[in-house]
Design a protein around this ligand. Structure first.
Ligand code: GTP
Ligand code: SPV
Ligand code: MN
Length: 628
């Protein structure tokens, strides 16, 4: 065991730079860093270079401290149990800050609480931050993480710099984004970068007890975005969506606003390709709310012979219409998967399991006595009697007590995308892949058929605007309520949602744009015994096949009051026992109520910001339903 002593060669104010050359950083970074160092008052500063040695040093430190435990069954993989109060995104503490309130949120009707983003004024936010940031890193190391969303140096990519006092965040950022000192070279020409400040909000000496060696400050969590100046400040939480700022904060909320300004799209979407038995490949993007099936669809193992699926991304897509060809080209700005662990197994998603067998971090899952991971869904792959240590530290033997839960329902694996057995060889292509179809979907236990195709672009945007889904453990909502989640972007949009919908509608105005077909899917419809009517997972290829054939113009759809639906027998159901009529029915009473409720919700939330085209769509849908 060799102890490394760093020689302090630089200081900012009276804070030593432990590693890295502050003076060689791009000027605009130095200026911002100097201010943040002074404000947060850390013990020292560590400028990350993205190297393996750096990761090893930080990992060892976290293992020594007990934040991470090595999983001896795999290579370079670790388990982490958080403070049980810090396990999901906190939407109620997430804000967008702009001078003009209505740049951030729509003009909701009087008395309606806007749930499509929360706004705070710059002066109120300043007060909140003044109460939190000064000295917030006292006694801790401040890490400076240069990262790129998208391939380094690509014209579609964006650069960020995250400051954090959490080394768990540093390790996770290394998996989820491209962290490298190369980044600095691309900033030299005064290039803009997204400023990301993160603190767990636990300066030393501690005034509160630290649970599980997981510093956090749940009472004071605040995640705020300043889209005008491309800045994010996150305080009090170490959980993924709150702390890995490249992900939802930057790649959706800030990038969404940049995309609005520049004429492209930043979406909560997976990107995948499907190759049919004839060898024809099509790319699709799909948006489902959190924990509603993106990762699973992006890497599905087809149950239909002759089909191949490849994965480009599982959570976020940046897309723009090519000026020359008019194609919609998509890139995945991330480099890793931060996926829902429970439910993932060799049957539902073997590719995810195979991706996370090395170089991975598992958060709030259970551990087996022989140093492996365990979560609900792995019952059939783990011998009964295996000793489990749950994420809350409880020990039990598998199969003995069915009430025991090994993992938090929002437990996550974090693993490098390049390890995915079906990662597409063009997944890092800076030019992106051409999208032929866009799918929206949610958890709809009732009334909503397996698949609907939109009549046209406007109707597709209406389908996306009326998206609803049962709430999941990915955020702090309790119970299973059906919630509106337009475009699967309710928690992630960084500007006025009315402008966002209009932005989508406007792509139709340029005749050069090759608009992809838009679909709505529902894997989650239940029968009267609360059993899924559709097997899902690998069998979803059957629906994707139908969708791809529709993009080729095959005559396999018929008109219903909610959109085009498959003609009977046009979806390959060979080998399945499904109740087609129940799965595909469009019950009049359900949809009559649904459209009324949708209108009242959209009108209440968006008021006069609800685009006129959507009001027309709603009227047309009402007409069609009345004619059933
Ligand atoms: P985020 O990472 O939170 O954005 O979630 P996600 O959209 O990637 O969801 P994910 O693929 O991780 O799925 C979440 C949960 O839905 C898991 O527990 C899955 O087992 C379950 N699930 C995914 N696909 C299907 C499906 O086709 N049918 C059914 N019944 N369940 C599914
Ligand atoms: C989601 O909640 O949609 C996620 C996980 O993908 S998080 O990184 O927490 O946002
Ligand atoms: Mn997500």
């Amino acid at each position: 065991f060799v102890e490394v002593h760093y020689i302090t060669i630089q200081q900012v104010g009276n804070v030593p730079i432990t590693k890295g050359d502050f003076q060689s950083l791009p000027h605009q970074v130095q200026t911002w860093l100097a201010q943040m160092i002074q404000l947060c008052a850390p013990r020292a500063v560590y400028i990350c270079d993205g190297s393996e040695e750096e990761a090893e040093m930080v990992t060892n430190k976290l293992v020594e401290r007990g934040t991470l435990t090595k999983l001896t069954k795999y290579e370079n993989s670790y388990i982490c149990w958080t403070d049980p109060r810090d396990v999901a995104r906190v939407e109620s503490k997430t804000f967008i800050v702009t001078n003009n309130k209505y740049a951030s949120i729509p003009h909701s009707r009087e008395g309606v609480k806007c749930v499509l983003g929360q706004w705070m004024s710059p002066s109120d936010m300043k007060q909140e931050l003044d109460d939190r940031l000064p000295g917030c890193m006292a006694g801790r190391m401040l890490y400076v993480i240069p990262f790129s969303m998208g391939p380094i140096g690509s014209p579609l990519s964006k650069i960020g710099v995250q400051i954090t006092d959490s080394n768990y965040v540093l390790l996770s950022m290394r998996i989820m984004t491209r962290v490298s000192s190369e980044i600095w070279k691309h900033l030299r020409h005064n290039e803009e970068f997204v400023k990301c400040l993160h603190s767990t909000g636990v300066p030393r000496p501690h005034t509160q007890k630290i649970i599980n060696n997981w510093p956090c400050n749940p009472e004071k969590i605040l995640i705020c975005h300043f889209p005008d100046i491309r800045k994010v400040i996150s305080y009090g939480s170490g959980y993924g969506g709150n702390s890995l700022l490249g992900k939802k904060c930057f790649a959706l909320r800030i990038a969404g606003r940049i995309a609005y300004d520049e004429g492209w799209l930043a979406e909560h979407m997976l990107i995948m390709s499907i190759t049919n038995p004839k060898g024809e490949e099509k790319f699709i993007a799909a948006a489902f709310p959190s924990a509603c099936g993106k990762t699973n669809l992006a890497m599905l193992t087809p149950t239909m012979p002759g089909y191949t699926v490849r994965c480009i991304g599982d959570d976020i897509a940046w897309m723009r219409f090519d000026k020359q060809t008019g194609e919609l080209r998509a890139i995945n700005p991330e480099t890793g998967f931060f996926g829902v662990a429970p439910g993932t197994n060799m049957k539902t998603n073997p590719n995810a399991i195979l991706t996370c067998l090395k170089n991975s971090i598992f958060t709030n899952v259970g551990e087996t006595a022989d140093g492996g991971f365990y979560w609900e869904g792995l019952e059939n792959e783990t011998p009964p009697g295996t000793e489990i240590i749950s994420w809350t530290g409880e020990r039990y033997k598998l199969g003995e007590d069915k009430t025991k839960k090994s993992s938090h329902p929002n437990a996550r694996f974090c693993c490098p995308a390049r390890q995915c057995p079906i990662i597409h060889d063009r997944w890092e292509d800076p030019a992106g892949v051409p999208i032929s179809a866009i799918i929206f979907g949610g958890r709809r236990p009732e009334g909503v058929p397996l698949v609907i195709e939109s009549f046209d672009w406007k109707h597709g945007i209406f389908l996306a605007s009326q998206l609803k889904s049962e709430t999941t453990a990915a955020a702090e909502h309790t119970g299973k309520q059906i919630m509106h989640d337009p475009f699967a972007m309710r928690p992630f949009v960084g500007y006025n949602f009315g402008h966002y919908i209009q932005h989508w509608l406007d792509f139709e105005k340029d005749p050069k744009n090759k608009l992809p077909k838009i679909f709505h899917v529902n894997w989650f419809r239940l029968d009267e015994n609360k059993k899924f009517l559709w097997p899902g997972f690998g069998d979803n290829i059957r629906v994707l096949d139908w969708i791809v054939r529709r993009t080729n113009g095959e005559d396999i759809a018929e008109i219903s009051s909610v959109g085009l639906i498959p003609k009977k027998d046009s979806i390959n159901l060979q080998g399945l026992i499904v109740d087609w009529d129940k799965l595909m029915s469009v019950p009049k009473d359900y949809w009559k109520d649904d459209i009324e409720e949708t209108l009242s919700w959209l009108d209440g939330q968006l008021g006069d910001d609800l685009p006129h085209d959507i009001r027309i769509q709603i009227e047309q849908q009402k007409q069609r339903i009345s004619q059933i």
